[in-house]
Design a protein around this ligand. Structure first.
Ligand SMILES: [Zn+2]
Length: 340
């Protein structure tokens, strides 16, 4: 093996260092030094791979809890070689998505985008929705999140960069918006029921403003009953185990709004803009409910929505509402639509 050949293997810097400290006359010593350096590098590489292996197999068993296909359980009984191969793959992945993770850490509060004619900044308000969409429970600035995002990007035909940029966010928004209520027919009077005052955030709300489409109301009652018995939410219950009248969370703020009432709302606040008060509001259908999820009930300011998206009740809705037929409107944490 010649010195040139060895320097192909060693980094240029390492070989320069060795040459600098090796007297040119001692060619045997020089050769020995090269061999020693090569052996040391090989040992260091072996230790690094072993450490990465150990680290990622821990990560592997952690992420396995979140997979729903039982892949993790299988991994545990697979032969060691296969587990090691998978762990090495994960190690490479974590190295690959490191820069994307750093980028996401910035973009979640800084990405510029527009919605409803308004300039928006960052996507951190939508982290719960995004995490559900890309099936990850890892932090938005982690390599695992970037990796899960890349998988989603690939599935929807975007470049799998793992970076949540404008293209990815707009694509997510169109998925969320596409899952919303499509039927915008005005309900017939017999399709509406008047909900109990105790279901409302403002129990003094008059009868005509407590109307809900019949099936939507039944689904709402089922969903709220499930939330009430979920100990992780700690909601106040009455003697029957139902959501207590005094509990504010998940109470209906607004349901069916007639065209006349909607026009009246717009006259009262003409400068709210499109994102604030939709021209063709899904509240016409009686299948949209504004539910109390914390903070100011229906205030779109980022600071208020930041409070709302952190509440256990909102997070519960993100994970559970779909089981009861409800889909979110991503921009308003309180607005849910019954799509069956
Ligand atoms: Zn609404």
């Amino acid at each position: 093996m010649t010195a040139t050949r060895t320097s192909d293997i060693l980094s240029a810097e390492a070989s320069n260092l060795i040459q600098r400290f090796t007297p040119p006359t001692l060619s045997i010593m020089k050769r020995f030094t090269f061999h020693l350096a090569a052996v040391l590098i090989a040992v260091a590489a072996f230790i690094a791979v072993t450490l990465l292996d150990a680290r990622t197999s821990r990560g592997q068993s952690q992420s396995s809890v979140t997979t729903s296909d039982g892949g993790a359980a299988n991994a545990r009984v697979k032969p060691t070689a296969s587990v090691r191969a998978k762990a090495t793959e994960a190690a490479i992945e974590s190295t690959t998505f490191g820069p994307a993770a750093t980028r996401n850490g910035l973009l979640r509060s800084e990405l510029n985008w527009t919605f409803g004619g308004k300039q928006q900044r960052g996507w951190q308000l939508y982290t719960a929705l995004i995490s559900r969409l890309i099936s990850t429970e890892h932090d938005a600035d982690s390599a695992d999140f970037a990796s899960a995002l890349a998988g989603w990007q690939e599935r929807v035909g975007l470049s799998p960069s793992g970076v949540l940029d404008q293209d990815s966010l707009y694509s997510m928004i169109s998925q969320w918006q596409g899952a919303r209520l499509k039927d915008r027919t005005y309900p017939l009077p017999d399709q509406l029921v008047t909900a109990a005052t105790s279901d409302f955030y403002h129990p003094t709300r008059p009868d005509e403003l407590r109307q809900v489409e019949r099936e939507t109301y039944a689904a709402y009652r089922r969903m709220v009953a499930a939330a009430a018995i979920d100990p992780s939410l700690g909601l106040a219950r009455d003697a029957d185990g139902q959501l207590a009248p005094a509990e504010k969370y998940l109470k209906i703020i607004s349901a069916f709004r007639s065209r006349e009432y909607q026009q009246q709302l717009r006259r009262q606040s003409p400068h709210v803009g499109r994102a604030g008060l939709a021209i063709n509001s899904p509240h016409f259908t009686g299948r949209s409910l504004d539910l109390y999820v914390g903070g100011e009930p229906v205030e779109t300011k980022d600071s208020n929505r930041a409070v709302q998206v952190q509440t256990p009740v909102y997070q519960w809705l993100i994970s559970n509402a779909e089981r009861f037929g409800f889909r979110p409107y991503f921009y308003e944490p309180w607005h849910w639509e019954y799509v069956k």
